[in-house]
Design a protein around this ligand. Structure first.
Ligand code: IPM
Ligand code: MG
Length: 385
């Protein structure tokens, strides 16, 4: 076959797959109601690199906070093995089938960072496990809060989590040695559900402004569609102010000390949310301090926003890795399944340990606390509340 026919076939496959996905979104039921479940199953996945170390610490805090519920059988923790880069490479799957089967037996998942293979490194180019899990479990809303109270920063980023540049990130192709093509995808339903989630969150949490972030002046078709839907949905929430910015100037405005305080809730396509959330987290103390919720209608997964830091493990420093990102993810997990009081306690304790009292500091090295010591400190602080 000539290269144009090969390329056309590949393109058709992408379009077919995305049409099927769009149809599936339309068929998705309503959000699960955790209150009606006799037991909530929390799956924990260690992941790669520093993942197992920091996930174990976050799990320890959650088990401590939910001790009564676990004793009563209302909540059960289930450790899921096998989501490691070695296993994934061995079976050439982003998420090995048996691991996926275990994940689908849980209601919510606490997941440590996993290594993402990239072109040119030692691993074959399989899809990121994060990205695969978001797609497999249809976790469309990525929610990333960032707060720096003494600088007036209180942002919640709603990142679309299954579409955009990530929808077919591993299905791009090289037409010939000179031409490489990737795709970005926006659907009506996929946009509506994340945009609505952002406005509903604003409404329920006393926020007065939602800001869309796109590059609709250049990526006209897909970002243009996303922005158009934002404007349409904004009209349904007249009590909430709506504005829109392009990603380039938005990243600049986050550095503008006066203007940045004005942002509250941001909603954006996948890639911009990825970039913006790392930048935002930096003001709060870095990506090591930021947690992330990945919410779908049936499943939800909570994780750090950073990677697996294999270098720390190589240098034997995983015991010093900061577990606070995973604990912030734990705060969101608790709130999501209805244990708001426990969530508030953990959040308050983390604020005390990280920002006000600071009896222990993590530096990622031997001159700082170990993550076990820091976790003991957090639990001791919870006990004092
Ligand atoms: C994130 C990460 C992932 C992403 C990577 C590891 C694939 O950066 O969760 O933000 O790009 O979504
Ligand atoms: Mg990222």
């Amino acid at each position: 076959m000539d290269k144009l026919s090969v390329a056309s076939e590949k393109f058709l496959d992408v379009v077919r797959g995305q049409l099927a996905r769009a149809e599936k979104i339309k068929q998705a039921g309503d959000f699960i109601d955790y209150k009606t479940l006799p037991q909530i199953v929390i799956g924990t996945v260690g992941g790669d690199g520093i993942g197992p170390a920091i996930t174990a610490q976050a799990q320890r805090v959650l088990e401590f906070l939910l001790a009564d519920e676990v004793a009563a059988g209302e909540v059960v923790f289930r450790e899921i093995e096998g989501l490691t880069i070695e296993n994934r490479v061995a079976v050439k799957q982003a998420i090995p089938e048996d691991v996926l089967a275990d994940l689908t037996q849980c209601h919510v998942i606490l997941k440590g960072p996993t290594t993402t293979p990239q072109r040119g490194d030692n691993w074959p180019n399989i899809e990121s496990a994060n990205v695969a899990m978001r797609k497999e479990l249809d976790l469309f809303a990525c929610i990333r809060p960032v707060r720096v109270p003494d600088q007036g920063i209180d942002w919640t980023i709603f990142r679309e989590n299954t579409e955009g540049a990530y929808a077919v990130g591993s299905l791009g192709f090289e037409v010939d040695e000179d031409l490489a093509i990737d795709f970005t995808v926006t659907t009506t339903e996929g946009s509506e559900r994340i945009i609505r989630a952002a406005f509903d969150y604003a409404k329920q949490n006393g926020k007065t402004r939602v800001t869309a972030v796109t590059k609709a002046n250049v990526i006209k078709t897909t970002d243009g569609k996303f922005l158009e839907i934002c404007k349409r949905i904004a009209a349904e929430y007249p009590e909430i102010a709506f504005d829109d910015w392009y990603i380039d100037i938005m990243t600049a405005k986050l550095i503008d000390e006066k203007r940045r305080r004005e942002f509250q809730v941001m909603v954006c396509p996948n890639l911009y949310g990825d970039i913006l959330s790392d930048e935002a987290a930096e003001f709060q103390g870095g990506v090591g301090t930021a947690g992330s919720a990945n919410i779908g209608k049936r499943y939800a997964m909570f994780e750090a926003i950073h990677g697996s830091a294999p270098r720390m493990v190589k240098e034997g420093r995983e015991i010093y890795a900061d577990p606070s990102s995973m604990m912030r993810a734990g705060v969101m997990l608790l709130a999501h399944i209805g244990y708001q009081q426990a969530a508030d306690k953990l959040e308050q304790a983390l604020d005390i340990c990280m920002y006000t009292e600071k009896k222990l500091t993590l530096t990622g090295r031997a001159d700082g606390a170990t993550n076990t010591a820091f976790t003991d400190y957090v639990m001791e602080t919870v006990g004092r509340l």
